[in-house]
Write a protein that binds this ligand. Structure first.
Ligand code: CLF
Ligand code: SF4
Length: 488
C-alpha cells in the first residue's frame, strides 16, 4: 500500500538532491490563529486539526469515510449520483461503506499515515440524518484509535436533538453548512427538506432549516464544541447576504467561518449547473472574505474535499485505500498503539517551533515591504518544496510591512508538467489563476514557463527551495529590493 505522504520529500534539501531532474526543467485558526492568540484548551483542540488551523494543515492529514449516504434536504448545488475519481467536491465518493468497513479503512490508513489526526464524516449524505451509521463508525474507531479526533459535517436539520450524544462521544469539531439566515434567500438554494415525517418546500422549508441550524449551533457552542460554519458562495443569490450570515453565526459562537466558492458545471447534473448558475471568481471570493474580517475567524484553506478524501488537504489519496486494497476483511487488523503518530506529532512540535522562530527573524528584514501577493508551490511541511510544473494549487501569502500571512489558495485545473513536456496550452489558465500575484516561489522551474510568467509581469524565484515559506518569502523580497536599489 502506498505511503500517503513521504516525509523526506517535505523536509529538507536532501529531498532536493534526490528530486527527479526531468520533467519541465529542460529549458489565526482555519485562519492563522495560533498558540499565542487562543486559550490553551482551544489551541489543544485545533493545533493538529488541518481544517481548524491553517498552520496545522501543512503537517496533518484528515480522512473521511463515506458511511452516511442518506440526506434529508436537497441543495441546488448537489448531485450525489455523479461520481468521478478525479472529481473533488463535497458529496462525491467512489464507494459507500458500512460502519465496519469504514472503521477497517481508518485502521488501515492510520497504520501507514502517521500524519493522520482527524476522522471526519461528511456524507456523502448527511452525517446527522444518517446518525446510526455515523455513531457506529465513530464508536468503532474511538475504541481502537483514541488519539484520532472525531469531526462531523452536517446541514444542521437533524442536529439539535443529537448535541448531547455528540458531546458524550467527544466529537469536539462540528461543521454546519449555513448558506442563508433569510428564508427568502434560502428558497433559491433549497427546493425541499424532509423534516418531522413530511416533505416541506418553498419558504417554509428554508425557515425550518434556518431555525434548526441556529438552534443546533447555539446548543453546540454552549457545550464547548468548536463549530465551523461552511457557506457556499453563490453569486447573485447569497454573496451579499453572507455578511449577515457571518454576523449571526459569530453572535452564536461559531469558531470559524469558511466561505466556499460554488462549484457549478452542467456536467455534474446539479440544478445550479444545469441552470447555468456560475461560481465566484477568486477575486470575488477574496473580496467577500475581506468584508468578513472581524467576525468569526475565517478559514481560507479549504479544499472542498470529497466525502472519501484521505491525506493532507492539498492531496487526495483516497484511491490508495479503496476496500479492495485493504486486504482480507476476515483478518483481525494489527494492533495500533499510536506510537508512530505520537512520534510524528513530537517532530511537528519541534518543527513548528523552529519555523516560528525562523519566521520571526525573517520578517524583520521586510519591515518596510509594500503589500504584495506571493504564490508558493508546496506539498506540505510549511516549506517551498514543490516544482512549479507539479503544482496543482498555489498557496497565497500576503507580505506587508513586516508581516507574512496566509491569504488563500489558487487551484489549477491541472499541473503544467506532463511528464517530460510542459502544457503550453494550459499556461493561459495558469496565468489567469495567478492573477494579481507578483512573485512565485517554487523548488524548481523550467526556462519556458519562467519566461512566460515574466512576460506576464510575474517574477519566479526558485533560489530558496526547501526553506520555510516565510523565510523564503522574506529572502526573495529582500533580494528584489536590493536589485531594485541597484537598478535605480
Ligand atoms: Fe472533514 Fe470537514 Fe472535519 Fe475537515 S473537511 S468533516 S472539518 S475533517 Fe476541511 Fe475538506 Fe474544507 Fe471540510 S478541507 S471540505 S473544511
Ligand atoms: Fe447534498 Fe449535503 Fe446538500 Fe444533502 S446537505 S443535498 S448531501 S450538499
Amino acid at each position: 500500500m502506498a505511503q500517503v505522504i513521504p516525509l523526506d520529500s517535505l523536509l529538507t534539501g536532501k529531498a532536493a538532491a534526490a528530486a527527479p531532474k526531468g520533467g519541465c526543467t529542460a529549458s489565526t485558526c482555519g485562519s492563522a490563529a495560533g498558540a499565542a492568540s487562543l486559550p490553551p484548551d482551544v489551541w489543544a483542540k485545533v493545533k493538529d486539526h488541518p481544517c481548524y488551523s491553517e498552520e496545522a494543515h501543512h503537517y496533518f492529514a484528515r480522512m473521511h469515510v463515506a458511511v452516511a449516504p442518506a440526506c434529508n434536504i436537497q441543495c441546488n448545488y448537489c448531485n450525489r449520483k455523479f461520481d468521478c475519481a478525479n472529481e473533488s467536491r463535497p458529496g462525491v465518493v467512489s464507494e459507500r461503506l458500512t460502519p465496519e468497513e469504514g472503521a477497517r479503512k481508518v485502521l488501515a490508513v492510520a497504520a501507514s499515515v502517521p500524519q493522520l489526526s482527524v476522522l471526519g464524516i461528511a456524507g456523502p449524505g448527511d452525517a446527522c440524518y444518517d446518525w446510526v451509521r455515523t455513531r457506529a463508525t465513530f464508536a468503532l474507531v474511538a475504541r481502537r484509535l483514541p488519539d484520532i479526533r472525531l469531526c462531523l459535517s452536517t446541514n444542521g436539520l437533524a442536529l439539535p436533538e443529537l448535541v448531547d450524544e455528540i458531546v458524550d462521544m467527544n466529537i469536539d469539531h462540528v461543521t454546519v453548512t449555513i448558506n442563508m439566515v433569510d428564508p427568502e434567500v434560502g428558497e433559491r438554494i433549497y427546493p425541499w427538506i424532509y423534516h418531522d415525517h413530511r416533505r416541506w418546500t418553498g419558504r417554509d422549508a428554508s425557515r425550518i432549516l434556518h431555525e434548526r441550524q441556529m438552534e443546533g449551533l447555539e446548543r453546540l457552542t454552549a457545550r464547548g464544541v468548536l463549530v465551523k460554519v461552511n457557506s457556499v458562495m453563490i453569486p447573485g443569490i447569497n454573496d451579499a447576504h453572507l455578511v449577515e450570515v457571518n454576523r449571526q453565526v459569530t453572535a452564536r459562537g461559531a469558531f470559524l467561518h469558511n466561505i466556499m466558492p460554488l462549484i457549478s458545471d452542467p456536467a455534474h447534473g446539479t440544478a445550479f449547473g444545469l441552470a447555468g448558475q456560475r461560481g465566484p471568481t477568486a477575486r470575488e471570493l477574496a473580496a467577500v472574505q475581506d468584508r468578513l474580517e472581524g467576525g468569526a475567524k475565517l478559514m481560507r484553506h479549504c479544499r472542498q474535499c470529497r466525502a472519501d478524501a484521505v491525506g493532507l488537504l492539498g492531496e487526495d489519496r483516497g484511491q490508495d485505500f479503496t476496500l479492495d486494497r485493504l486486504g482480507d476483511p476476515a483478518l483481525e487488523p494489527a494492533a495500533d498503539d499510536g506510537a508512530a503518530r505520537a512520534e510524528y506529532r513530537a517532530w511537528v512540535a519541534a518543527e513548528r517551533a523552529d519555523r516560528a522562530a525562523a519566521a520571526a527573524v525573517a520578517v524583520t528584514a521586510i519591515a518596510d515591504a509594500p503589500a504584495l501577493l506571493v504564490a508558493v508551490a508546496t506539498k506540505g511541511g510549511g516549506r517551498v518544496n514543490q516544482h512549479f510544473g507539479h503544482a496543482r494549487e498555489f498557496q497565497i501569502f500576503e507580505a506587508r510591512g513586516g508581516r507574512i500571512a496566509f491569504a488563500g489558495l489558487r487551484r489549477l485545473d491541472d499541473a503544467y508538467c506532463k511528464g517530460g513536456w510542459g502544457d503550453e496550452d494550459g499556461l493561459e489558465g495558469l496565468l489567469a489563476a495567478l492573477d494579481g500575484i507578483a512573485l512565485v516561489l517554487c523548488a524548481r522551474i523550467g526556462d519556458c514557463p519562467r519566461q512566460r510568467l515574466a512576460e506576464a509581469g510575474i517574477e519566479v524565484n526558485d533560489a530558496h527551495a526547501y526553506d520555510y515559506i516565510e523565510t523564503a518569502i522574506a529572502a526573495a523580497l529582500t533580494g528584489r529590493a536590493q536589485a531594485a536599489a541597484v537598478t535605480a
